[in-house]
Design a protein around this ligand. Structure first.
Ligand code: UDP
Length: 235
């Protein structure tokens, strides 16, 4: 039995890219879709938010003199591209999926309407929330928290490249120590780079638990959904 009835899974854009670190790797997307399909088949209602960093990041372009708001609009459109790729991969393996966009583009996907999203979830459809929050200066982490709260997900599962939250960057320091559990306030106070401060604060203020786990370990999405102790819980 799955531990959670409804989860919000947050994937960063770079997980779509595979070894190239840029663009979309169809094999990678197929693998991800398989893992999402497995939990959907267990009856877990899945909301999904995917980033856009594999295609475009507003801040990076702003640093090179592009108007920040324009860059952010481009970044949000990048998340739509990733969402459509995931939808396609999910539907190829028989999982009904809806993409709902925060920026309206009726010819491409449904507009985000909260009640309709919840209905889709209740019917067992995977719902991919695309185009971030529709606002510049936000991130897809913030979008993920916002949608998780709106659909009343029990948890936000944040996929990363490392096993969980560490006291320092485990890719740089051998002696980095991973937390099993940590408070929102401590994550903020220590500026631990797991999600941006806005999204952590939103989770704290609304008591939404975050589970940080390693996506590169096959089966972890299932383990998280089953309530097995993987990664770090931010509570
Ligand atoms: N973005 C935005 N508002 C949002 C969500 C995203 O402006 O509500 C833009 C922002 O430019 C961001 C880009 O979309 O850099 C891609 O999202 P993000 O960097 O969060 O993707 P990830 O790091 O998860 O791949």
């Amino acid at each position: 039995m799955a531990r959670y009835e409804r989860i919000l899974l947050k994937l960063s854009g770079e997980v779509m890219a595979g070894p190239a670190a840029f663009g979309i790797d169809p094999e990678r997307v197929k693998g991800l879709a398989g893992e999402v399909a497995a939990i959907a088949k267990e009856g877990v209602q899945v909301g999904l938010v995917v980033g856009g960093g594999n295609i475009f990041r507003g801040v990076a372009m702003a640093a090179k003199n592009m108007d920040r708001v324009t860059g952010d609009h481009m970044g949000m459109l990048a998340t739509v591209i990733n969402s459509l790729a995931l939808q396609d991969a999910l539907e190829q393996i028989g999982v009904h999926t809806r993409v709902m966009t925060a920026i309206q583009m009726h010819q491409v996907a449904e507009p985000y309407i909260r009640r309709r999203a919840i209905r889709h979830l209740e019917k067992g459809r995977v719902v991919i929330f695309a185009a971030g929050t529709s606002n510049p200066y936000f991130s897809t982490d913030t979008a993920a928290v916002l949608r998780a709260l709106e659909i009343k997900a029990q948890v936000i599962a944040k996929a990363t490249k490392v096993d969980g939250v560490y006291d320092k960057d485990p890719l740089k320091f051998d002696d980095a120590v991973m937390y099993k559990e940590i408070s929102y306030t401590e994550v903020l106070a220590r500026s631990l780079a797991v999600m941006d401060a806005t999204s952590i604060a939103m989770c704290r203020d609304n008591k939404l638990p975050i589970l940080v786990f390693n996506l590169n370990v096959p089966g972890n999405i299932m383990r998280v959904s089953m309530g097995e102790p993987v990664g770090t819980a931010i509570v």
